[in-house]
Design a protein. Structure first.
Length: 283
């Protein structure tokens, strides 16, 4: 509809410019017609427009019919009146074109404001829909995988990773009242309140920064996408609490954020690309 209206304005302006040209030509022909009548000539090539001029003069003669003789030539003001009318009509095209441009400008401005208002409403609704859908995702999983730090891996130090893992799980159980399940060679914790994830992250950051002789690869996955969690685990980002982009996106909709997020990188697996982020402690 908008394109149709703009097209109509363009057509109308073109038509008015054409009429201006037509009226200008009519003025020139009318002057020749006037000369023809003054000189009692008979120019046949003016015949196509003579009926129109005769009607115009007849009409102006009703307005003012005064005439006078000048050196044997009869001047009739009805011709002058007709010429003035044609001239006014020609010049009035400029004002009509200006008026059409003003109306078009008002229409374009109104359409722009309406479109922007509609876009603002749609964007707000879209944002509300996304927020509502994301906040429906309350479940999330955290996996922990461990390795002995290189400086403690010497055989003579006799570090027992099973004992260290037991100490870790006991610490987490004490803080979160939750026991893990074994998953992909590590430990898996499942939660059902993503809005409270900061409190859980507090505990896992303490694990990450503990003085234990272990390195930790901690992965967070919102929802129940086990396959994506397995891929995160396979990347073995030790020393980090990593997550996929969907989890990072979900975190943005929490009301509070005690942690920041940053991108680690993009990783290809099969015909898919996994965008990996990590939780960062705010300074």
């Amino acid at each position: 509809m908008h394109n149709f209206i703009i097209g109509f304005f363009n057509f109308l302006k073109s038509f008015l410019h054409f009429m201006k040209i037509v009226l200008t030509i009519c003025i020139i022909l009318f002057l020749l017609y006037w000369v023809q009548n003054l000189t009692s000539a008979d120019w046949e090539w003016l015949g196509f427009i003579t009926p129109f001029f005769a009607w115009l003069i007849k009409t102006t003669n009703k307005i003012y019919s005064f005439s006078f003789n000048f050196f044997g030539a009869v001047f009739e003001l009805k011709y002058l009146s007709a010429l003035i009318i044609l001239t006014i009509l020609a010049y009035s095209m400029n004002w009509v074109i200006l008026l059409v441009n003003i109306i078009e400008g008002l229409y374009r401005s109104t359409h722009f404001i309406c479109k922007k208002t509609e876009e603002t409403i749609m964007n707000k609704k879209f944002k509300e829909d996304i927020t509502r859908e994301e906040k429906k995702v309350n479940k999330y999983m955290i996996s922990v995988h461990t390795v002995i730090k290189p400086k403690f891996s010497h055989r003579e130090l006799n570090i027992n990773i099973d004992e260290q893992n037991k100490l870790m799980t006991e610490f987490i159980e004490k803080k979160l009242s939750m026991k893990p399940m074994f998953f992909e060679g590590g430990y898996l914790y499942q939660f059902d309140n993503f809005n409270g994830i900061d409190n859980v992250l507090d505990v896992f950051f303490k694990v990450l920064h503990s003085n234990a002789p272990l390195d930790y690869a901690i992965c967070v996955q919102s929802g129940d996408d086990m396959e994506q969690l397995k891929k995160l685990i396979s990347l073995k980002h030790f020393g980090k609490i990593s997550m996929a982009a969907d989890t990072s996106f979900r975190y943005k909709f929490n009301e509070t954020h005690r942690y920041g997020t940053s991108q680690i990188g993009l990783f290809q697996y099969g015909n898919k690309t996994l965008e990996v982020h990590e939780f960062k402690e705010l300074l």
